[in-house]
Design a protein around this ligand. Sequence first.
Ligand code: ZN
Length: 192
Amino acid sequence: MIKSTPQNSAPKKGIEVICGSMFSGKTKLLIEKIKHFKDNNYRVMVFKPEIDIRYGNKKIVSHDNKEISAIPIKNSQDIITTSKSSNIIAIDEAQFFDEDIIKVCKSLSKEKLIIIAGLDMDFLGDGFGPMPSLINIANKITRLHAICDICSGKAYHTYRKSSDNNQILLGEKENYLALCKKCFNKNMTRNV
Ligand code: ZN
């Protein structure tokens, strides 16, 4: 967790990544951090990929129904032009952005704090979009886990219940489970 920042002190810089499986509380933690910085008078701008319209277009919502307004972005370059007046940039569902987001975050982090939340692994257990690279360049990484839907262990994997093979399939509990490594591997073998 970021220590509480006194009012009027110089803004932090760098890249912070919050990653983990679905249902691990990434968006919840992101929203808490955004609220904390806003309360301390930082100018925070929140972005999300245009593709993620599960909860309406102009906000991000956590699984415990906390929400905050966000700007939907199609190309990651648009973050640079849109965020000029901010000290802190928050990005949710970063796995859905194009690879350019790595350069964008690197460049913006010289002046601002960038807090990125996203799935580090896709439903096959492989790196998801730009997330592995963002984790590599991060100054701080928080890896969250959910509770395994089968054995109640620590779940770092997102398991897809359907046989849809597209990397991107938006959904919630009807499509996905959070599983620990052991249960994930067991179920993946069963499906091959
Ligand atoms: Zn398990």
